[in-house]
Design a protein around this ligand. Structure first.
Ligand SMILES: NC(=O)c1ccc[n+]([C@@H]2O[C@H](COP(=O)([O-])OP(=O)(O)OC[C@H]3O[C@@H](n4cnc5c(N)ncnc54)[C@H](O)[C@@H]3O)[C@@H](O)[C@H]2O)c1
Length: 363
């Protein structure tokens, strides 16, 4: 099997999780550490025994020995740097948020499909075994009709988190804060489990005005296309430690979980005793087996491992990423609608994706 040579672009907080994932896959070699700060690239290369380091992204794009890259850079660079990589025929594993601007995202996906390169959005929680099982239960119909969802996240980001970063807290560079950054996975999973969002009403607030122009408190009401209603509440300026939960309430029961703790359910009830017993047993098998430890920052979890593997499978042509791309584009449109709603103080429809999932053509 041909070796895939991979470059890590952006060697900051999340980058070790990518190294941890790719080094576990046969016939994949990390050949470059790339960071605009050459000292950061050098230190990263030394730490993980990577043979080349550079601050010159274009050099990596023009090197024919490089097949793929992980893009772990500030949000405003996702669209432009991924676009450059796709145009250079490199496969891209792109950290969340997929992009800030929906137009950039659609252009990127279009280019990837035309060039035949894999551009895969990071959504590592889609690979959490407990969440896969929850999705399987919902898709089986055991939960009946979903009527309501609740998504909540609270964490404490100190002023230094913004003041010491060149991009966090900047509207142009981060594109927003607590919603698009910390709560991205919460929104993403609500949509993954319940389907697309139709329209939204949102509010935002900034408490740490001295260090950020983006929001650190965000609340929203969402209406899904399946008519379910949802509330989303996120706060990055809480005095409490990191905590999150998603609850899904249906006519047949309720399930609640916390994405930082893939080894527990917060709530689970089904009206049908038979279904309850069946699914509880399957959840228990996963919960008892999960070993929650991380290669990088602890709350990032270990699910970059299966996601990096899926990326390599996609490059090798054994899985398809079109649905992942459509999903990511819908999330980008939903976040865009949420921010627009909160700024205009108006209810907003989520825009439709203009690229369809089956072809390259725009509709
Ligand atoms: N999936 C997850 O759970 C998860 C967790 C944390 C961060 N992230 C995402 O990963 C991305 C990076 O976040 P982070 O926390 O690692 O940020 P960070 O600031 O710690 O690291 C970003 C790195 O990119 C480098 N960089 C900036 N501009 C560059 C350029 N033009 N070329 C090359 N390198 C450049 C910086 O020097 C820095 O070392 C963000 O999109 C973030 O939202 C995802």
């Amino acid at each position: 099997m041909e070796i895939i040579n991979h470059a890590i672009v952006g060697c900051g907080r999340i980058a070790p999780n990518h190294v941890d994932g790719f080094t576990r896959i046969d016939n994949v070699k990390i050949t470059y550490a790339v960071d605009k700060d050459i000292e950061v690239a050098k230190a990263f290369a030394e730490r993980f025994d990577i043979e080349n380091y550079t601050s010159d992204y274009q050099k990596v794009l023009s090197d024919p020995s490089v097949h793929s890259i992980s893009l772990n850079v500030p949000h405003d660079l996702h669209g432009v740097m991924a676009q450059q990589a796709a145009e250079a025929n490199k496969h891209v594993l792109l950290e969340k948020p997929f992009v800030i601007d929906p137009k950039e995202g659609e252009k990127l996906v279009q280019t990837a499909r035309e060039r035949g390169v894999t551009v895969m959005p990071i959504v590592q929680h889609h690979y959490d075994l407990l969440l896969i099982k929850i999705k399987e239960m919902i898709d089986s119909g055991a939960m009946g009709t979903i009527s309501m969802l609740r998504g909540h996240l609270e964490c404490n980001r100190p002023p230094s988190y913004y003041s010491e970063s060149e991009w966090r807290g900047s509207l142009q560079r981060e594109g927003g804060s607590v919603l698009i950054n910390q709560a991205y996975h919460i929104l993403d999973l609500m949509v993954w489990l319940s389907g697309p969002v139709q329209n939204v009403t949102a509010h935002q607030h900034t408490t740490n005005r001295e260090v950020m122009e983006t929001e650190d408190v965000f609340t929203a009401s969402l209406k899904f296309k399946n008519r379910a209603l949802a509330s989303l509440s996120v706060c990055g300026a809480g005095g409490s430690s990191w905590r999150n939960m998603i609850e899904i309430i249906s006519d047949q029961g309720v399930i609640g979980f916390d994405i930082s703790h893939p080894n527990q359910l917060l709530r689970f009830e089904l009206k049908s005793k038979r279904e309850m017993k069946l699914w509880r047993k399957q959840f228990a098998e996963i919960i008892e087996a999960v070993q929650p430890s991380s290669a990088g920052t602890d709350y990032y979890g270990i699910s970059h491992r299966p996601q990096t593997k899926a990326f390599i499978d996609a490059i090798r042509g054994t899985i398809d990423v079109k649905e992942d791309q459509q999903h990511a584009l819908h999330i980008v449109h939903t976040i865009d609608a949420l921010y627009t709603s909160s700024r205009q103080q108006k209810n907003r429809d989520v825009q439709e994706i203009t690229i369809n999932s089956e072809s390259y053509a725009t509709t």
